[in-house]
Design a protein around this ligand. Structure first.
Ligand SMILES: Cc1cc2nc3c(=O)[nH]c(=O)nc-3n(C[C@H](O)[C@H](O)[C@H](O)COP(=O)(O)OP(=O)(O)OC[C@H]3O[C@@H](n4cnc5c(N)ncnc54)[C@H](O)[C@@H]3O)c2cc1C
Length: 416
């Protein structure tokens, strides 16, 4: 059923008792053309584009838990394409273009809100670095504006401009950036893939990968063996563990990242604002809560909760930027496991094992990449070749020395 005003009215007349489930709950079949491991944003969007763009519908997405239980439902919902390096910028801009048409495309309200993303700068060298990034964006045809202090004050007057330890000098603004309701993205892609024949199988953990003579044969799961011709891994924070089942050691570390939401208050932050003198980013949800986050907790972990020193660190940065929030109460905090790569950029590639494909290394920026990641991964799986948008995201770049180090940090995953 297509969602429309008509379907809303007719279901209202029947007291909303006749809505169909958004996707089926099929039992796994013994064999598929393609199996995707991981029912997060990237796994589901891959299945969607495999069906929609390549007509490959004999596909299963295997999720060990429920849809949206991973990072796709845990992030701070920020989307942007304000990258600088050639390997990254075209990919993230393609993602932004897909976001812009996504709700129409998959007929689901994902609350795409292009409210603008402001990155504050506090020093002259930081302004120069932002100007450089903005120029790189403009060369790629991406919108970016350098604002001075007064222009920022006009947009977000409640920031600490006057007595700040880190005075705000201006910001780089991407007006097309913003937020998207994160779990609706998982649900929309799931519904779109399911309606094209893809089997989405929740509570089905992949426990082993069967490989014979250098070729993938299928996966051992908690619901039995499933045969497949091609296998795509999109397990985000668990990527290293899943790849290990195929005997591969990935250039990744898993780290915990926390996010926070405050009690609801009247609307006062229209944009996404990021602090330039620490790691803090904030937006306001439609329910009024401030949604914010900061840095990784700084140690390797598979536990989806964080520690209190990082809570203090993030809140400190928030109050330094907006003193007015110091009396706000924190409602909830949670954590997610980030697949941090050595250069801070992702991997979407074939592997040396025939029929095995890899999508990982999203660090803490993978939500904004969800549409383009699925698009490119579907292309790579369907055609056995890289799309030009993921041509830089090769696994062997770490061996060849072709890093895509957006931050210029070097091989220190916890700092990307
Ligand atoms: C607190 C936080 C804030 C963030 N903020 C942002 C942001 O503002 N903007 C942004 O762009 N990005 C952000 N991110 C990053 C972004 O959420 C992730 O990079 C992205 O969601 C990862 O891709 P995914 O959606 O496919 O991951 P997931 O949703 O984690 O999907 C992977 C799935 O694989 C499943 N899985 C793992 N192992 C197995 C197995 N053996 N068998 C079957 N299934 C398995 C997991 O259960 C999981 O559901 C944030 C992340 C966190 C945690």
């Amino acid at each position: 059923m297509r969602y429309s005003l008509l379907s809303l009215i007719s279901n209202a007349l029947s007291h909303h008792e006749k809505w169909q489930p958004a996707w089926r709950e099929p039992d796994p079949r013994p064999e598929y053309d393609v199996v995707i491991v991981g029912g997060g944003g990237h796994g589901l969007s891959t299945a969607y584009y495999l069906a929609k763009e390549h007509g490959i519908t004999n596909v299963a997405v295997l999720e060990k838990s429920w849809l949206g239980s991973g990072n796709v439902g845990r992030n701070t919902t920020i989307i942007r394409s304000n990258y600088m390096l050639p390997g990254n910028e075209p990919f993230y801009e393609w993602s932004m273009k897909l976001w812009e048409g996504l709700e129409k495309d998959f007929n689901f309200n994902a609350m795409v809100s292009q409210r603008g993303v402001l990155n504050l700068y506090h020093t002259d060298p930081q302004r120069d670095a932002f100007a450089r990034r903005g120029n790189a964006m403009c060369i790629h045809g991406v919108d970016g504006e350098l604002l001075d202090r007064e222009e920022v004050r006009n947009m977000v007057p409640f920031l600490d401009f006057d007595n700040a330890r880190f005075p705000i000098r201006g910001a780089i603004l991407q007006r097309r950036g913003g937020t998207v309701r994160h779990d609706a993205v998982a649900w929309g892609y799931a519904r779109g893939a399911d309606s094209r024949g893809v089997d989405i199988i929740q509570n089905c953990e992949v426990k082993g990968i069967r490989i014979e003579a250098g070729r993938v044969k299928g996966v051992e799961t908690s619901r039995g063996f499933i045969k497949c011709r091609k296998l795509g891994l999109a397990a985000a924070g668990n990527s290293s563990e899943v790849a290990r089942m195929a005997g591969m050691k990935l250039p990744l570390e898993s780290h915990v990242l926390q996010a926070f939401v405050s009690e609801g208050i009247k609307p006062f932050i229209d944009q996404v604002v990021t602090f330039g003198a620490g790691h803090f980013y904030v937006s306001q949800s439609d329910k009024g809560g401030l949604v914010f986050g900061g840095d990784l907790d700084g140690y390797n972990s598979y536990a989806r909760r964080g520690n209190l020193p990082m809570v203090e660190h993030v809140v400190e940065a928030g109050v330094a930027m907006i003193p007015g929030i110091s009396r706000l109460r924190l409602l909830r905090s949670w954590g997610g496991i980030m697949d941090m790569s050595m250069d801070g950029s992702p991997i979407i590639d074939k592997t040396p094992i025939e029929g095995l494909y890899l999508n990982c290394g999203w660090c803490y920026g993978g939500f904004k990449a969800t549409p383009a990641s699925g698009w490119c991964f579907a292309h790579t799986i369907a055609r056995d070749e890289l799309h030009r948008f993921n041509s830089a995201y090769r696994l062997d770049r770490f061996r060849r020395g072709y890093m895509i180090d957006e931050k210029g940090q070097g091989a220190t995953p916890n700092l990307h």
